[in-house]
Design a protein around this ligand. Structure first.
Ligand code: ADP
Ligand code: MG
Length: 397
């Protein structure tokens, strides 16, 4: 996370007003891929990277949004909010503002500064971090009360309905509700969840393949359609099956022959991934890291072979980690076709692990990967004054 005191000074300098500051983290999914829209289970953890949002009220009815990452600001009118996206970074914060307004929240004028260290567009959910930090900041101005789950839903709607990205609830939910040293097992059906402890001596090592093969989300929609086809075939025989969450491996054995080969494989991934995700949470609770590692390996195999959402580079990153000292489990995380792998690694061995993995990956693929050593961090929150206070800051006159 960037230095909050520096960020406060930056906002004060630009807007001549003392801000309140909020932080919302990025995330990594430990297990449970493409299960969210089948009303299944996911198990992400919030990570150390976060977006900070500084907010102060304005008397002129304007909304001024500034991103330190882009070095740019945009001005809006609080009583005449944008109704559609403008293919600009400000769509993310303004989508949240628009959803709050749609929710009946009164929107006053304000100045909002954003500054994040979640790598943008790397699959660690900088978008959810911006949305959730913005939501907490704006809600704090008018005293509205939102639970973490409501904040997550609101931000998901901002991303789906305003920005126009077809994402599930996981990213916003973990950013809003994550807990230090815990993963979160989320039931995407009813948003009930369980915090699951991660051992203090285990690091989350996130290895970015630096490639992304999916073209404009086409593969995502295609996989989703195949998952729905598998579900529809099962539902013909068992109408109580509304989503693959309700289906079993027996259903596939009974009626898989009525599906296309692809739908059968995608269905098998989702059904077994749901089982693995719950089993991984149970194993973590027992402290059985060997079982967690085994489930992650199985999940990667399923994601790569049944769901066919991996790629040469991601398979290499997982394979090259296998015999490195300290590795407990590795798999491709996120939407697939590139992006990052997540590795559970004994903390004391994490730096050497990261260096060796980077060397091996560069040797095989010819690209130097970014590797981040993280820990499971807390969810979105307001920063206490003490955390924000650096040295004295001169107020401009
Ligand atoms: P990811 O969520 O995996 O990082 P996305 O494409 O979903 O990737 O979201 C990235 C987008 O979110 C950026 O292109 C930008 O529009 C917006 N964004 C993220 N962080 C910031 C920030 N600090 N300031 C302004 N916009 C941001
Ligand atoms: Mg995103």
């Amino acid at each position: 996370m960037h230095d909050p005191a520096e960020f406060r000074a930056l906002h004060l300098d630009r807007f001549l007003a003392e801000p309140d500051i909020f932080a919302a983290p990025g995330r990594v999914n430990l297990i449970g891929e493409h299960t969210d829209y089948a009303e299944g289970f996911v198990m992400p953890a919030a990570i150390d990277f976060a977006t900070l949002a500084a907010i102060s009220p304005r008397g002129d009815g304007k909304i001024v949004v500034y991103s330190e990452n882009y070095g740019k600001e945009r001005v809006f009118d609080a009583v005449n909010l944008p109704v559609e996206a403008s293919l600009h970074w400000s769509d993310y914060p303004m989508g949240v503002v628009a959803m709050l307004a749609r929710d009946g929240c009164e929107i006053p004028g304000f100045s909002l500064s954003l500054w994040g260290d979640v790598p943008l567009g790397s699959g660690l959910s900088s978008s959810a971090a911006v949305e959730v930090a913005t939501a907490l900041a704006v809600v704090s101005l008018n005293g509205a009360r939102y639970t973490g789950a409501q904040i997550a839903r609101l931000c998901q709607r901002a991303e789906n309905e305003f920005v126009g990205a077809n994402s599930g609830i996981m990213d916003q939910f973990i950013s809003a509700n994550g807990a230090e040293d815990h993963a979160l097992l989320l039931d995407c059906r009813d948003l009930s969840y369980r915090l699951v402890p991660l051992p203090a001596n285990v690091a989350l090592v996130i290895a970015n393949t630096m490639v992304k093969h999916a073209v404009a989300g086409g593969e995502y929609s295609c996989r989703r359609a195949e998952v729905e086809e598998a579900c529809a075939v099962i539902a013909r025989h068992r109408p109580e099956v509304k989503f693959l969450r309700d289906a079993t491996v027996d259903d596939l054995a009974n009626w898989g022959s009525e599906m296309t080969a692809n739908a059968l494989k995608r269905g098998r991934h989702v059904i077994t991934e749901n089982l693995r995700t719950v089993a991984a949470a149970d194993a973590l609770e027992r402290g059985d890291m060997a079982e967690v590692g085994r489930l992650m390996a199985e999940a990667h195999w399923s994601y790569s072979h049944d769901f066919e959402a991996s790629c040469v580079e991601a398979d290499a990153m997982v394979e090259l980690a296998q015999d490195l000292p300290g590795l407990l489990g590795a798999r491709l995380t996120g939407g697939g076709f590139g992006g990052c792998t997540v590795n559970l690694v004994e903390r004391s061995k994490a730096p050497a692990f990261a260096e060796a993995l980077a060397g091996r990956y560069e040797g095989r693929i010819g690209i130097h990967p970014q590797i981040h050593i993280c820990h499971a961090s807390g969810g979105a929150h307001r920063l206490e004054a003490a955390a924000v206070a650096g040295g004295p800051v001169e107020k401009k006159t």
